[in-house]
Design a protein. Structure first.
Lengths: 386, 142
């Protein structure tokens, strides 16, 4: 049973804030939902499915969110698999809608990561109660470090250079310069990246995403209903999700979740790599982009270093990615999957102004949650305006 | 005196030891490295768990390791604000592949961070961080 083109993202809203010491995460979420509903012409009374995940939400945070919004929906999904959650929620919402379990799903995220001064990348806070954590956090893994482990291995196996990784950060900044809401908009050079301090080798400060406040929301409904709403629907063609971890001590750390989730999404969507007009690739770090492009199959394993250079990833290049400036320059309020879907939908609608990708008909989003060098989730989503 | 006492207190996080993982930690305390092997299918696994992830058998044996291995990958950590770690920067976090074939997350010690390399031969070293807990770390092989 194919879900392809049965459902669509009908409404999107990216909260414009990048620093909101005066707002709670729940206020940012509510404002984002208001924005996404207005975007497609629905109201809060139409919403019968709610999907959310967050940093700082409690174990029953999805119920607390219903309380805050005074919602009594027919479908609740509080799946938290890290930053990729919202890409996965989009897939889950499509399945629930197609199965008749709800009709109008809202997916939402809000965070005050910057004003709350969360040390997301270097807080050393990877410890928890899971069995795996007991063999990790005594040794001081940081989020940056866990990605540094993968970057170092990639450099060792394939001769990938810091200059090649830096080009990803430079491209994202160039895109941010065309996004009025982006947090950092001044151009940077490869030399700027290389001369920024090393946080955890081989990753420099400018290889790392920024920390901002922010939030956003999506409205997903049936393709049938979406056709009658205000904006051009972004049809959900295919999705995939999975997890990668230490695999009982036998993992190849350069094979990441995207390898499996991407394959599933392409198969289910019935499209190929050459059909993709632009991609939103989770850019927690420059290495995340490089390994994700390899694992999604846009280039061969080991060829990511040369693939990301020469302007290929620019909005006017062969494979435009992260046209909003990404987590590296626009916004990264702790979890970023939400913004992958929002920008992809805007590109498919042709709403991106100076950074608009020409003739954009099919877009791919891939979210990574957690740490590539220890364990992570991956979720892939392929959307089309046709 | 209070200051002196604070300095001596071990500030980094400690593992939660329970019945499922106790043999690993007790072996470390004896300065021995043991990993789990499934008695039914022979699959080796780390970290320890009660059931084999290959065949779900509960029939497990603990196998003594040589303590030798090589660095699969590493990162020199220059920034970590967490208690304990912020005072020991820079430090090396690494996945070490032991000769028995499993990869273990650890620290590389007794070596300037700038000299650490992938594929470098290493040997286990046991760090008695508290009277109860000994951490498995590695240093360049002699």
């Amino acid at each position: 049973m194919s879900l392809s083109r049965k459902t669509a993202v009908a409404g999107v809203y990216e909260h414009p804030t990048r620093f909101a010491p005066d707002k709670s995460m729940h206020q940012i979420m509510a404002e984002s939902i208001r924005g996404a509903l207005a975007d497609c012409g629905l109201t809060i009374k139409d919403v019968d499915g709610i999907f959310s995940a967050g940093i700082g939400m409690s174990m029953m945070g999805i119920v607390g969110l219903c309380d805050y919004l005074n919602l009594t929906p027919n479908y609740l999904d509080g799946t938290n698999m890290g930053g990729s959650s919202f890409v996965a929620h989009t897939a889950h919402a499509a399945a629930a809608i197609h199965a008749g379990l709800c009709d109008v799903a809202v997916i939402v995220y809000g965070s005050t990561a910057a004003s709350g001064r969360f040390a997301i990348g270097t807080g050393g806070g990877l410890g928890g109660g899971d069995p795996c954590h007991q063999y990790e956090f005594p040794y001081g893994p940081t989020t940056v470090g866990a990605y540094g482990l993968v970057a170092q291995r990639h450099m060792h196996e394939y001769g990938t250079t810091s200059e090649q990784l830096a080009e990803i950060a430079v491209t994202m900044r160039h895109h941010a310069s065309m996004n009025p809401a982006a947090k950092y908009r001044d151009p940077i050079t490869v030399d700027d990246v290389l001369s920024s301090r090393i946080i955890s080798s081989p990753l420099h400060l400018l290889d790392c995403c920024i920390i901002s406040d922010g939030g956003g929301a999506l409205v997903v409904t049936s393709a049938e209903r979406a056709k009658d709403l205000k904006k051009k629907p972004a049809y959900i063609l295919g999705t995939g999700e999975t997890a990668r971890h230490a695999a009982r001590g036998q993992r190849d750390f350069l094979e990441i979740a995207a390898h499996q989730s991407g394959k599933l999404a392409f198969e289910r969507a019935g499209v190929t790599h050459k059909d993709i007009d632009m991609a939103m690739i989770y850019d927690s770090f420059t290495i995340t982009v490089l390994t994700t492009l390899e694992n999604l199959g846009f280039c061969k394993r080991g060829e990511g270093g040369s693939f990301v250079t020469g302007g290929r990833l620019r909005y006017d290049g062969e494979l435009p990615i992260n046209t909003d400036g990404g987590g590296l320059s626009s916004n990264h309020p702790g979890m970023r999957g939400m913004f992958l879907v929002i920008e992809a939908v805007k590109q498919l609608r042709g709403e991106c102004g100076p950074r608009q990708v020409k003739d954009c008909q099919i877009a791919l989003c891939h979210g990574t949650g957690g740490e590539l060098g220890t364990r992570h989730s991956g979720a892939t989503l392929i959307l089309s305006n046709q | 005196m209070a200051d002196e006492k604070d300095k001596k207190r071990y500030a980094k996080p400690l593992p939660h030891i329970d019945e499922e993982n106790r043999p690993w930690w007790e072996a470390a305390k004896r300065h021995e490295l043991y990993i789990q092997k499934c008695r039914d299918c022979g699959d080796l696994r780390h970290h320890p768990r009660a059931l084999c992830t290959n065949c779900m058998s509960s029939n497990t044996e603990w196998v003594k390791c040589s303590g030798k291995g090589k660095i699969y990958t590493f990162t020199v950590t220059n920034q970590n604000g967490a208690a304990g770690f912020r005072d020991s920067l820079p430090y090396v976090l690494a996945w070490v592949e032991i000769d028995e074939g499993l990869r273990i997350l650890t620290n590389i010690v007794d070596c300037p961070p700038a000299q650490v390399k992938i594929d470098q031969r290493v040997e286990v070293v046991f760090d008695d961080v508290t009277p109860e807990v000994t951490l498995v770390k590695f240093r360049p092989a002699a």
